[in-house]
Write a protein that binds this ligand. Structure first.
Ligand code: GAP
Length: 503
């Protein structure tokens, strides 16, 4: 499955907000940007770190059967030979010889234009929500240009991987609109290459990891020998992955440098892998729901047997309703013993595990829940973005889960020219800041200060007013989503925030 281009206004609104408020910037902006690379600004890095920390806490710290790992980005190159990535990690690439544009063959669609039973030419379009209408319009233009009479057969689009060799020369390039310049599709390996050491020859080639998973497999023995782990158990890793995507698109959804959070959950070959696979899918969906990606916007896609990746016994994608269509958020694959067996064969080192309970040795099988941090980031923003009317005024609000919000609370003195009130607000700010990332804002009307925080998803506003210093010492807590206000002592406030943020 491949995604549509970002035609929706919601997507544009999210991209604009990200830039305007410092969540995400196009990388190397001052040099015109660099396609497929993104930088996370002051608010973006907070949100991203909070996603990773929530995942680590829930997957590693709060479970007894998962341990962590942080392996290198560059592994011994044989790792990628053994895993199959050197030979199989490819996408079908088409070049336009004239414009020098490059396309993914499965995202380039074409159709013959048949009028009164005669094929008068071909049209081609790039995958997009409106591609059928666009292709039909092009076909009518062609018919007019060639002054053909008669009825046109329906335009049936196919992707370029389905083109017959004799059609390659007839299909127009989307860049030039003319046939004859597109090459047949060829396998393009998506791994970024580099050289390690002083020599720049074939023997020095190394790869930036295209997934974090292999770092786990090549450390399997180290962890079994040192970690007091017993099958079934998992190893979790968070880190950068790099893929030279032919067509990076949809903002941070498909980029060339991204982060993954992967678990390899090792099980006995005799275990009921289907049940465990299903269990992990449910567990991950519940986790998404718990951090503000509602189940109602999630669905499942089972990869058909004939399209499974080379290593997989079964893969289910957890799909999310992104603004540009329903797309993969996470893959949950049953990889069998493929990876460990491959590394055992290629390295010559045993990957067998002795199961004391079953009193036998085996190479464990594995269930792999694998998700991109950047995709969760986009899903979280898509679910949280909301424009609504409050007290007759429009407001833009990011309804982020408190665990993920960049700032957990904002502290406001009601006015900035009353020293006692300001001192109290600053003291509270300092107290809260020791535990959480909180914001202090004394400038402007209180309503405007609330709106600024709503827009970046700060869940709680805390106001220090005249009653605080003159009467009860209590502060006003405003809830971003319900707009309800309650008065609390400072200790009650800390307990409340702790429950909501760390709970
Ligand atoms: N180890 C298995 C693996 O890497 P994958 O389906 O290729 O499987 C897993 O990737 C997850 O990584 C995807 O579900 C997605 O969330 C994320 N991902 C993959 N390619 C990505 C890209 N180019 N940009 C951003 N995230 C990506």
């Amino acid at each position: 499955m491949s995604e549509k281009s970002p035609s929706s206004t919601l997507m544009n609104d999210i991209i604009n907000l990200c830039k305007r408020r410092g969540f995400v910037f196009q990388s190397s902006d001052i040099y015109g940007g660099y396609n497929g690379f993104f930088d996370y600004g002051p608010l973006g890095v907070e949100l991203k770190n909070n996603i990773k920390q929530a995942w680590w806490k829930d997957m590693v710290h709060r479970r007894d059967d998962i341990v962590g790992l942080d392996s290198t980005i560059i592994h011994h190159p044989m790792t990628w030979k053994a895993s199959g990535h050197v030979d199989n990690f490819t996408d079908p690439l088409v070049d336009c010889k004239e414009s020098k544009m490059r396309y993914r063959a499965d995202q380039l669609y074409f159709a013959p234009v048949v009028v009164a039973g005669e094929t008068i030419g071909y049209v081609s379009v790039l995958e997009d929500e409106g591609m059928q209408a666009q292709a039909e319009e092009m076909a009518h233009d062609l018919k007019r240009k060639l002054a053909k009479q008669g009825e046109m057969a329906p335009i049936v689009l196919k992707d370029y991987t389905e083109a017959k060799p004799e059609e390659y020369a007839l299909i127009p390039s989307p860049a030039t609109g003319k046939p004859g310049s597109l090459t047949p599709p060829r396998a393009f390996n998506m791994m970024f290459q580099t050289y390690v050491g002083a020599l720049r020859d074939e023997t020095a080639i190394a790869y930036l990891r295209p997934e974090t998973a292999q770092g786990i497999f090549i450390n399997f023995k180290n962890i079994v020998d040192t970690g007091r782990v017993k099958v079934p158990f998992g190893i979790a890793q968070v880190g950068k992955a790099f893929r030279n995507e032919i067509n990076p698109r949809n903002f941070i959804f498909r980029s060339r440098e991204f982060e993954q959070m992967e678990i390899e959950y090792f099980i006995s070959p005799d275990a009921d892998w289907q049940a465990l696979h299903k269990g992990w899918i449910e567990y991950c969906m519940n986790w998404f729901d718990g951090i503000g990606i509602p189940k109602s916007r999630l669905s499942l896609y089972d990869h058909p047997k004939e399209k499974l990746a080379h290593y997989s016994k079964g893969t289910t994608d957890i799909m999310f309703e992104f603004p540009f269509g329903v797309q993969e958020l996470q893959g949950v694959a049953a990889r069998g013993d493929f990876d460990l067996t491959q590394h055992q064969t290629v390295s010559g080192k045993s990957m067998e595990y002795f199961d004391e309970a079953a009193k036998k040795k085996y190479v464990p099988h594995v269930i792999e829940p694998s998700v991109g941090v950047d995709r969760i980031f986009l899903a979280v923003l898509s679910a949280a973005y909301c424009e609504e009317e409050v007290e007759g005024e429009k407001r833009l609000v990011l309804k982020l889960h408190p665990r993920l919000a960049p700032y957990k609370a904002a502290v406001f003195p009601l006015v900035k020219n009353k020293p006692e009130l300001v001192a109290r607000a600053e003291a509270l700010y300092k107290r809260l800041k020791r535990r959480w990332n909180v914001f202090y804002d004394a400038a402007g009307a209180i309503g405007r200060r609330y709106r600024r925080q709503d827009e970046i998803g700060t869940p709680y506003g805390v106001t220090i007013d005249f009653d605080t210093i003159e009467k009860d010492g209590k502060v006003t807590l405003r809830d971003r989503d319900t707009l309800q206000q309650v008065r609390l002592t400072e200790d009650e406030l800390v307990a409340f925030l702790s429950e909501k943020i760390d709970g």
